[in-house]
Design a protein around this ligand. Structure first.
Ligand SMILES: [Zn+2]
Length: 76
């Protein structure tokens, strides 16, 4: 089980997420960011806008690196 913060996943706060896989952790963070945006949180909205402004290619590149570096994240 690994852990990373919302910020580590290009979010906006230091909330920690745990997961067995990059997919699981990324999914939890994405859900959290969406919830924060829906509740009107400006920093998370800005973070989401930044992500969405990237090309699909850049998004995939970031995700590829996140997945590749998953094993080097801190153990939960
Ligand atoms: Zn957050």
């Amino acid at each position: 089980m690994k852990k990373a913060t919302c910020k580590d996943m290009r979010g906006a706060c230091s909330l920690e997420f745990q997961g067995e896989t990059a997919e699981e952790m990324g999914g939890k963070c994405r859900q959290h960011v969406m919830q924060m945006v829906e509740s009107g949180d400006a920093p998370h909205k800005a973070a989401l806008d930044t992500m969405m402004a990237q090309s699909k290619e850049d998004q995939m590149k970031w995700y590829g690196e996140f997945t590749a570096n998953f094993d080097s994240l801190q153990d939960a």
